[in-house]
Design a protein around this ligand. Structure first.
Ligand code: 5GP
Ligand code: ZN
Length: 115
């Protein structure tokens, strides 16, 4: 845990969040500034800056992150209607929080390409 990291502190429960799912490896919570009717962030409990920083040893964690997306989609009722899953990475990717997170967006038809 990086004590100066917002999402590490959220995963640890030091900063409140609305939990959607949690296990030993990942934590999922609702985005406070939702861009869709359903906007959930899934993060590894391990502090990793971004998708540009993952290593081979993170393969299992990455698999669990993606599997949790499917599980949450079923739990929240949008597995069939569809959803968008996005990793923003670095400055050009629009990443504003330096702890890797997977956005899950659902509940309306989403446009493509993104801006
Ligand atoms: P990024 O721009 O890095 O891809 O996404 C960061 C996301 O975190 C944004 O959608 C933003 O609304 C969300 N966010 C920022 N601070 C907080 C917070 O304190 N709590 C929660 N639940 N979401 C946050
Ligand atoms: Zn962190």
């Amino acid at each position: 845990m990086a004590s100066n990291c917002l999402f590490c502190r959220i995963a640890a429960g030091d900063i409140p969040s609305t939990t959607v799912y949690g296990d030993d490896d990942v934590y999922a919570f609702r985005d406070t500034n939702p861009a869709a009717p359903q906007h959930i962030l899934i993060i590894p409990r391990k502090h990793i800056q971004s998708l540009a920083d993952v290593e081979v040893e993170d393969a299992a964690m990455l698999g669990r992150l993606l599997l949790s997306a499917r599980r949450i989609a079923e739990q929240e009722g949008f597995a069939q209607t569809g959803f968008r899953s996005v990793f923003n990475t670095g400055v050009d990717g629009g990443q504003t929080v330096g702890h890797m997170h997977l956005h899950l967006l659902a509940g309306r038809a989403l446009h493509w390409p993104p801006g």
